[in-house]
Design a protein around this ligand. Sequence first.
Ligand code: GAR
Length: 218
Amino acid sequence: MKPLAVGVLISGRGSNLQALIEACRDPATKAGIRLVLSNKADAQGLARAAAAGIETAVVDHRNFPDRARFDAEIDRRLREKGIELVCLAGFMRILTDEFVDRWRDRMINIHPSLLPAFRGLDTHARALAAGAKLAGCTVHYVRRELDTGPIILQEKVPVLPGDTAERLAARVLEAEHRAYPAALRLIAAGRVRVEGERIFIDGVETSASAAAASRPSG
Ligand code: GAR
């Protein structure tokens, strides 16, 4: 089977990108990252990609008059490389409806909360302020509305007494680094089907337990 051509969009640190890079090093993962694109020239993730020999591109949103033209350029770069799946990995720009629709069911995101709780920013501080006892991360297909879309898998982590946003973020990030590669492996193996807003893995509609079962190694 030809490896799935993956493009990763980042804006910063790129630790999830790193987890995806490592997953793709395993020949059992039928995917290869063909392009890492950042809207910020100083994103640490660009160095991670370069160190792994992956092609990088910077498309600075400040050089475009509007979101539509910025997104059109990203779209062009992805198509030029024959990208089949886009992974958003800490990409901090809101995408236009047109872009999201073009990549419908071919673009996934990782978000540091158990969606649909705590969409948007500052998820950990908000989870603590709300007294949440469980936190975690979600990998989902991207839909027009921010941090929505069919959920591929989620990994839960406990909120512990005395947690700060930083400590909770670090615990969730470890889960992210398992969940994102696991989701990529599932998709690359052709095991995920999207039907409208529903997800089927190996032909079975996902439930909380199925999502959790695919957690550790996919
Ligand atoms: C991650 O925690 C990711 O879940 C979050 O940004 C961080 C990026 O870290 N993404 C979002 O909040 C998107 N809504 P990384 O650059 O080290 O992967």
